[in-house]
Ligand binder design. Structure first.
Ligand SMILES: Cc1cc2nc3c(=O)[nH]c(=O)nc-3n(C[C@H](O)[C@H](O)[C@H](O)COP(=O)(O)O)c2cc1C
Length: 168
């Protein structure tokens, strides 16, 4: 069984809620839950699997606390670690930049030597464009508490179940 850390940034609580939901569904793995606002590069969790949550703000930008941490990402050595992304967005209010933050983090964490898991099909999502797309799929799990809160639990469950093969 792998060690898991769930690290989130959240300005209005929605990504924090998602992080807690993921932690609940992975309770058997006793995941560590951290706010990126309280994480330093030196104190970056040592877990084997890192689940990183960032909502999109400011029209296609990272959430503030992730934005502050961003310049430190490329200096992390995450060789041998596995990384998965999740984050809240608003597909109706910001259909051209839906969940962009996932793609921005993906490109930066690609410099750290980690391996990525947790991509998600666009099936069931309505949006026009997203920086989170690679080869037609999302690099992580987009959630939309603003418009589709009724889908959050099932989306999180399906995602967590798809990751289990990498966690045991
Ligand atoms: C000013 C503003 C800009 C936003 N920009 C985007 C955006 O570009 N793309 C997107 O998907 N969501 C965008 N959102 C929606 C937020 O990502 C969404 O409300 C999310 O649930 C916030 O998560 P948090 O509570 O974890 O901070 C924006 C919201 C606001 C208020």
């Amino acid at each position: 069984m792998k060690s898991i850390a769930i690290i989130y940034g959240s300005s209005t609580g929605n990504t924090k809620y998602a992080a807690q939901l993921i932690a609940e569904k992975l309770a058997g793995y006793s995941p560590v839950l951290k706010d990126i606002a309280e994480v330093s590069p030196e104190g970056f969790p040592e877990a084997e699997v890192l689940m990183l949550g960032c909502p999109t703000w400011s029209i296609g930008e990272l959430q503030d606390d992730w934005d502050t941490f961003f310049p430190k990402i490329s200096k992390l050595n995450l060789n041998g670690k596995t990384v998965a992304f999740f984050g809240q967005g608003d597909c109706e209010g910001y259909p051209d930049t839906f969940a962009d933050a996932l793609g921005i983090l993906y490109d930066e964490f690609a410099k750290t030597g980690c391996t990525f898991i947790g991509e998600v099909s666009t099936d069931g999502y309505t949006f026009d464009d997203s920086q989170a797309l690679r080869n037609g799929v999302f690099v992580g799990l987009p959630l939309d508490e603003d418009n589709e809160s009724d889908k959050t639990d099932s989306r999180v469950s399906a995602w967590v179940n798809s990751l289990k093969q990498y966690l045991d």
